[in-house]
Design a protein around this ligand. Structure first.
Ligand code: SF4
Ligand code: SF4
Ligand code: SF4
Length: 304
């Protein structure tokens, strides 16, 4: 059977990528937030044996691919995966599967990364699935400034931040400062005979020092989120531009939607979001993201 170009294109839109030199496909399974249940793993393995070549490949964006799927088996495979609530997809000029670190359980994690990623997945991967954008749009969710999943190389990236409250009045100028000792980047220093100093510039808000002061001079005051815009990695590299302030979880969720709408409204065909941000400039980009203008235009923008 000779496959037609339009058939190859159509199934690509459903997450099936042609295996080079064959008429079979890699079926891409979405994991929502980088995790699968044990039953879903078993189902994916069984699907690989039943429909593919018996292997499962893990992609860099936390999806699974089953190679060797014959074209005519695609609907049957999709129905098989649906038994465990799994779908294929993750291609095209639209919101792509979210990548997320294991911050929900990691000792350095500052919040429930997988919970946030799942919410973003439902709202913007599923919710915006039918929305065409100027190019692909990637979202990265990281639990702390260790940046294991490189959120700043995504079109929008989120990094957990621990806010500190430091009261110099409480500092007793100890011989050995536990805060200074616990800071991995040298942002907390105790100049001789003086009180602890925290460098705003060098502190990455990892929160490792929280509760290390036995006299309570330094305490954690909750989690906020740093957001990077317009990162990319590939043929061209751009480190995302950090927005000028930190955000709450609810603000992050709204911000991601506004960023997608901004890309839809302002992006030129074929350009990545970083180029759109550079063209508009950060002040105008931030002004749009901090207002409700884009949300008010949502219905109109999505109708285009
Ligand atoms: S980025 Fe931080 S929270 Fe996430 S896996 Fe790495 S160390 Fe853990
Ligand atoms: S911050 Fe705490 S541990 Fe460090 S010198 Fe001051 S009182 Fe001592
Ligand atoms: S939050 Fe992290 S970087 Fe900042 S002072 Fe504490 S340990 Fe150092």
């Amino acid at each position: 059977m000779a496959l037609k170009t339009e058939d190859i294109k159509r199934v690509k839109g459903e997450g099936f990528l042609l295996n080079r030199g064959t008429e079979c496909f890699n079926g891409r399974i979405i994991t929502e937030n980088g995790t699968l249940t044990a039953r879903q793993m078993i189902c994916a393995g069984q699907a690989a044996e039943k429909f593919g070549n018996g292997t499962v490949a893990f992609t860099t964006r936390m999806t699974l691919e089953l190679p060797g799927i014959p074209y005519e088996k695609i609907p049957e495979l999709q129905a098989f995966l649906a038994q465990e609530g799994m779908v294929t997809g993750g291609t095209g000029a639209k919101v792509r599967p979210i990548i997320v670190c294991k911050g929900s359980t990691c000792v350095f994690g500052l919040y429930d990364t997988q919970g946030l990623a799942k919410e973003l997945h439902q709202l913007y991967y599923e919710g915006y699935h039918g929305v065409s954008l100027p190019h692909k749009f990637k979202i990265g969710v990281g639990g702390c400034p260790n940046n294991c999943v490189k959120p700043d190389l995504n079109d929008i990236g989120v990094v957990g931040q621990r806010v500190l409250t430091y009261d110099p009045e409480m500092c007793r100028t100890c011989k050995v400062c536990q805060v200074e000792k616990s800071c991995p980047v040298g942002a907390a220093t105790l100049p001789e005979g003086e009180k602890l100093v925290i460098s705003e510039e060098n502190c990455n808000r990892c929160g490792r020092c929280v509760e290390s002061c036995p006299f309570g001079a330094l305490i954690g005051a909750g989690t906020l989120y740093k957001v990077y815009l317009g990162g990319r990695w590939g043929k061209k590299v751009r480190i995302g531009t950090p927005l000028s302030r930190l955000f709450t979880r609810a603000e992050v969720i709204a911000l991601v939607e506004k960023a997608i709408l901004l890309f839809k409204r302002e992006g030129l065909p074929g350009e990545r979001f970083g180029q759109t941000v550079e063209r508009l400039g950060l002040p105008q980009t931030e002004a749009l993201l901090y207002s409700d203008e884009l949300l008010k235009q949502k219905a109109e923008l999505l109708a285009q």
